[in-house]
Write a protein that binds this ligand. Structure first.
Ligand SMILES: [Zn+2]
Ligand SMILES: [Zn+2]
Length: 215
């Protein structure tokens, strides 16, 4: 085999691109029997949806994979957690289609940034355009009494790790025993998004107003 200097080899970039293309073609030739490689509202486990998105990317590449595939995928900030027997997974899908070569007229397509919460142990899921709504639906499922929990005082709402013992002390004094468990939320008097992992118990900080929850 003739040796060539890779630095000066003509067409090296093209050759590498062809190799990536060949790899994708090899994936495309492998039958896929998992979750759809498209937006779906059917129930699938988080592992099935993540495997499908991985498959899509190895077949079609990472470029613009989120807006082109419209598939469910992980958010940057959410990490899966559990509350009692329930699992909490938050996935998102971008269905705001701007692709000239796509035709979604034959299927229900919301054309919005979608949120999905999944509880795998119960095969439960909920989908909405509203992130706060899916988070509340998940808490209705996993801890139906969450709306009756006392609101954490503003002075105890802090991400400072040094505050955590005081926050846990307040929960120990004010929460019913069945809500003093890992993954349980706290309530905060404010507007805006519900934020995962801001409860010292590992669950959400849920934004509530005097009138009720925010949407
Ligand atoms: Zn559940
Ligand atoms: Zn599309």
């Amino acid at each position: 085999m003739k040796r060539t200097n890779l630095e000066t080899a003509p067409g090296l970039q093209d050759a590498l691109f062809d190799l990536a293309d060949l790899a994708r073609q090899a994936v495309a030739a492998t039958p896929w029997h998992g979750a759809p490689l498209a937006y779906t509202t059917d129930y699938y486990t988080p592992a099935q949806l993540r495997a499908a998105f991985d498959r899509y990317r190895s077949e079609f590449g990472n470029f613009a994979c989120t807006p082109r595939s419209h598939m469910w995928h992980d958010t940057v900030c959410h990490r899966d957690f559990t509350l009692d027997v329930h699992g909490c997974v938050h996935l998102v899908a971008d269905t705001r289609c701007t692709e000239a070569d796509h035709d979604h007229s034959g299927e229900p397509f919301p054309h919005a940034y979608m949120h999905q919460m999944i509880c795998e142990p119960c095969s439960w899921h909920h989908i909405s355009v509203s992130e706060n709504e899916v988070v509340e639906a998940w808490h209705d499922h996993a801890l139906p009494t969450w709306r009756t929990l006392p609101v954490m005082p503003a002075k105890l709402r802090s991400d400072d790790p040094k505050m955590k013992p005081r926050r846990l002390d307040w929960i120990a004094e004010n929460y019913p025993a069945d809500a003093q468990i890992p993954g349980a939320p706290i309530l905060a008097h404010r507007t805006g998004r519900h934020v995962s992992h801001r409860s010292p118990l590992g669950g959400y900080e849920l934004a509530v107003t005097i009138e009720g929850t925010t949407r």
